[in-house]
Design a protein around this ligand. Structure first.
Ligand SMILES: [Zn+2]
Length: 109
């Protein structure tokens, strides 16, 4: 989404600047008057807004990604995405599960 906005804004900017250069270069030619300057200025403003919006969204997106970073459910240590616990707590929990499942057998012995 953000990169689409950024690309759209940059392309509009390039086209507007290109048209502007053409207009200034061939100002003597009759057909150059066909390029409406007020429209070019409006397009320039829109493209600048698009680029700024794209950059802001990109920054916000990066911030959101950093905030939603996966953390251990017990000690809040950052962990790789998809995991629920850090290595130490994962081992603890697996150990507890192991004890639970083997409890009856151990007691009966
Ligand atoms: Zn932990």
């Amino acid at each position: 989404m953000s990169s689409t906005l950024l690309r759209l804004g940059l392309w509009t900017l390039i086209i507007v600047l290109g048209l502007y250069v053409v207009h200034e270069t061939y100002i003597e030619e009759h057909w150059a008057e066909m390029i409406p300057m007020p429209m070019l200025q409006q397009a320039l403003v829109v493209s600048v807004i698009l680029v700024i919006a794209g950059i802001v969204l990109k920054i916000l997106g990066a911030g959101a990604k950093a905030v939603s970073k996966n953390r251990c459910k017990v000690c809040r240590t950052p962990i790789p995405s998809g995991a629920m616990f850090c290595r130490a707590h994962l081992r603890n929990i697996l150990h507890e599960e192991d004890d639970k499942t083997h409890m009856t057998r151990i007691r009966n012995r």
